[in-house]
Design a protein around this ligand. Structure first.
Ligand SMILES: Nc1nc2c(ncn2[C@@H]2O[C@H](COP(=O)(O)OP(=O)(O)OP(=O)(O)O)[C@@H](O)[C@H]2O)c(=O)[nH]1
Ligand SMILES: [Mg+2]
Length: 438
């Protein structure tokens, strides 16, 4: 698979508001990070609580490798049995014999108890063994879980787990499960796990095909999620333009040029930044003085020295000079970075406005002075109409900032849609697995 389109889409999504982008990011991780062709088929064992998911894993292992229990739910953490990168698939590692066909089997917590965990696992795995029991196959939670898997288009087999019960006594059960799930049972497992081993034999043989199908499904699902994000982005952009327009009206009413205000805010920030630099420099000078005078007893001070020394790559004959330069450079760089970061400086500006006008406080001295210089007849403290207008404007600007999904305006809905299309057109691992599918 060409992972480039997925990476590009990933970059666009991370530039957006994280909360909105997460549902689209998760399936993308598979397309970017799914280990290559040398790895085993990853299958999740999924179902509601008590259907026998963990019991099936133990039956396959021939020994108790995961906990089975009468309490609901029993499994609370994902258990990964087989060889796969823990960064790709986190969870407790199962110790025991090798899983069949070097597969990776994932015992999951019950879907109704840990829906978020199960959804994350689903986004990573290649296929699902969906487990039902004679007692639980027709309930709403089973249906919800099944819908989650179908929605993602994950290749799936249905496993009926009967435990120690005699399956011959279940007249009409198979037909009813078929009707209720809308899928036939692929395998019935009792205390003997052989029928399931046979199913896994076949899955292992079709491994390349299953992974390819899964990648296509992940790409399609991801593209769908991204299109939803693009819709939200479009809608939010319209909303934020509307509130920003309201702010401009308020500024116009008050006859204040907001660009002027912004410039003043920047100027204030610059003054504050240089104050921080000189404070840092003074502290450094003081420290150097104390060091030279041999009074570096103070615990805090020696810690500072240790940190500064460890930050320096090598201490030559003039360690104090190096130290001074390094700490000043770091202070300057961090201040510059903060200042240049557009999000941050906009947020700082927004906060300055809010402090000065939103809470009915007077604008800061420098803002007042600068405005007074430019508009000599204005008297801020007396002109309540202006204060109200400024407050409205400040609130609206802040609201616009918060409504905006992409305050830096690097991502457009059209970019997102185009990137999603590219991913759904190329989201296949065919080339990588074709050679070793057999
Ligand atoms: N009578 C009895 N039943 C048990 C015992 N341990 C497990 N079971 C039953 O065996 C079945 C399978 O249990 P599990 O394999 O833990 O079920 P699971 O699907 O993994 O359930 P969760 O981990 O809760 O999602 C359930 O019906 C349990 O109630 C036990 O010690 N005594
Ligand atoms: Mg369990």
């Amino acid at each position: 698979m060409d992972r480039q389109p997925a990476r590009h889409l990933h970059d666009l999504l991370v530039a957006l508001d994280a909360i909105v982008a997460i549902p689209a990011l998760q399936p993308l991780e598979r397309l970017i990070t799914r280990p290559g062709s040398g790895d085993a088929l990853i299958t999740a064992i999924v179902g509601t609580s008590g259907v026998g998911k963990s019991a099936i894993v133990n039956a396959l292992a021939g020994t108790e490798v995961v906990t089975v229990g009468p309490l609901r739910p029993t499994t609370t953490d994902v258990a990964v049995w087989g060889d796969v990168d823990a960064g790709y698939l986190p969870g407790t590692r199962v110790l025991g014999p090798e899983p069949p066909h070097h597969m990776v089997l994932v015992d999951t917590p019950a879907g109704e108890h840990e829906p978020g965990t199960v959804a994350t696992v689903l986004d990573r795995v290649d296929s699902v063994a969906f487990v039902v029991s004679p007692e639980r196959y027709a309930d709403a939670t089973t249906a919800t879980l099944l819908a989650t898997i179908r929605d993602r288009g994950i290749p799936m087999s249905v496993v009926l787990s009967v435990g120690a019960r005699d399956p011959s006594g279940f007249e009409g059960l198979a037909g009813d499960v078929n009707v209720k799930l809308g899928m036939p049972i692929d395998v019935t497992v009792g205390e003997d796990a052989n029928p399931l081993r046979l199913l896994f034999d076949e899955m292992a043989r079709n491994r390349g095909h299953i992974i390819e199908q899964r990648d296509r499904a992940a790409a399609a699902y991801c593209a769908r999620q991204v299109r939803e994000v693009a819709d939200v982005l479009e809608q939010r952009t319209v909303e934020s333009q509307f509130v920003a327009g309201k702010a401009d009206e308020a500024f116009a009413r008050a006859r204040v040029d907001r660009r002027q205000l912004a410039a003043i805010a920047d100027e204030e920030w610059e003054v504050a930044a240089s104050a921080i630099v000189s404070m840092a420099a003074e502290a450094t000078d003081r420290a150097i003085g104390e060091l030279a005078a041999g009074v570096a007893q103070d615990e805090v001070f020696s810690r500072t020295v240790a940190v500064a020394a460890s930050a320096l790559p090598s201490i030559d004959q003039s360690p104090i000079d190096d130290w001074h330069r390094a700490t000043t450079d770091i202070a300057l760089a961090s201040i510059k970075r903060q200042r240049l970061h557009p999000l941050r400086s906009r947020a700082v500006r927004g906060d300055m406005w809010r402090l000065s006008v939103d809470l009915d406080r007077r604008p800061t001295g420098r803002v007042r002075k600068a405005l007074r210089d430019r508009l000599p007849d204005l008297r801020f403290d007396r002109n309540s109409a202006l204060t109200v207008a400024l407050r409205d404007a400040g609130s609206a600007r802040i609201a616009a900032f918060r409504t905006d999904l992409d305050p830096s305006r690097r991502v457009s809905a059209a970019d997102l849609r185009a990137a999603a299309d590219a991913v759904s057109a190329g989201g296949s691992l065919t080339g990588e697995v074709a050679g070793d599918a057999a």
